[in-house]
Design a binder for this molecule. Structure first.
Ligand SMILES: C[S@@+](CC[C@H](N)C(=O)[O-])C[C@H]1O[C@@H](n2cnc3c(N)ncnc32)[C@H](O)[C@@H]1O
Length: 269
């Protein structure tokens, strides 16, 4: 995930209590319990309504509240700090996404996980820490520099023995893993690399992941660009097309969650 991620976390950390109180008021006046109709009427106006539950606008104050109630280990926090000074820091998953990924890994009692897009290691540590002893996470990335940072933090987090590096083009790595382990051999796959290859990664993971296993995809809301039809850059088009495909793919049960830059969660049927 992107620029938004890191800067938003930093802004939220700076948000004061008084700011939080100030931003809460308008929502309370607008909410269903207060008899407000802002969400419902907005839905009716643009033809998608009724919105019986108005969507939540996550301003900095509310985001700070969310972070305050998010579990994050000291090691992950330190990694977030160090990464914030690096090029591409906006690519790191947000803390609340890390916590959700960990929960998903734990829920399916994952023994074998593949991550496509590791960067400095935040999501890999979140997931590997949630695996029981003997679990293995295959971390795929093509950037040796960011692997060097990830390696240090895998050690600090005590998960080095659960992580196998796959350094190189992830399109090649998924084929190698398929040859090595066979179909239905993974419990969880997480896609967070080059957006234009999402469909290719998704199809590979549908082979690798077992029925009942999860395929989780990041950046599906792509800074909100997916909903702006005036934007037609290649990455936005690719994600839009990918989302439309997954939404009607009967091979998976599926939900799209507006957390971070948007996560899609698929359970292979
Ligand atoms: C969004 S970042 C991953 C962030 C990571 N999940 C985290 O929590 O910090 C995307 C990563 O994908 C890697 N990447 C992009 N295209 C790739 C490819 N074709 N093969 C392997 N890695 C790739 C980049 O080097 C980058 O580190």
């Amino acid at each position: 995930m992107m620029a938004m991620r890191a800067s938003r976390v930093a802004r939220a950390a700076r948000t004061t209590t008084s700011t939080r109180a100030a931003v809460r008021r308008p929502r309370a006046a607008c909410g269903a319990a207060a008899g407000g109709d802002c969400g419902a009427s907005a839905g009716a106006r643009d033809g998608t309504g009724p919105w019986n539950t108005p969507p939540l606008a996550l301003d900095d104050g509310l985001y700070a509240y969310l972070l305050k109630h998010t579990r994050e280990s000291e090691v992950l926090r330190a990694l977030r700090e160090e990464t914030s000074a690096l090029r591409g820091s906006q690519m790191q998953v947000a803390p609340e996404q890390g916590a959700l990924l960990a929960l998903m890994v734990e829920l399916v009692d994952a023994r074998r996980v593949i991550e496509i897009g590791t960067y400095t290691g935040y999501s890999s540590i979140a997931m590997a820490s949630a695996m029981r002893e003997g679990g293995v996470l295959y971390a795929c990335d093509k950037n040796e520099e960011s692997f060097a940072v990830a390696r240090r933090y895998w050690a600090k987090a005590g998960v080095s023995d659960r992580v196998v590096e796959k350094n190189g083009d992830a399109k090649v790595s998924v084929v190698e893993l398929l040859e090595e382990h066979g179909e239905n051999s993974f419990d969880v796959g997480f896609i967070d690399a080059d957006k234009r290859a999402y469909r290719e990664y998704y199809e590979a993971l549908l082979k690798l992941v077992r029925p009942g296993g999860l395929i989780i995809i990041d950046n599906v809301l792509w800074y909100g660009k997916v909903a702006d039809e005036t934007l037609e850059d290649k990455q936005t088009l690719a994600i839009r097309e990918f989302n439309a495909f997954v939404a009607s793919d009967e091979r998976v049960s599926y939900g799209m969650v507006p957390i971070g830059d948007g996560l899609s969660m698929c359970r292979k049927r």
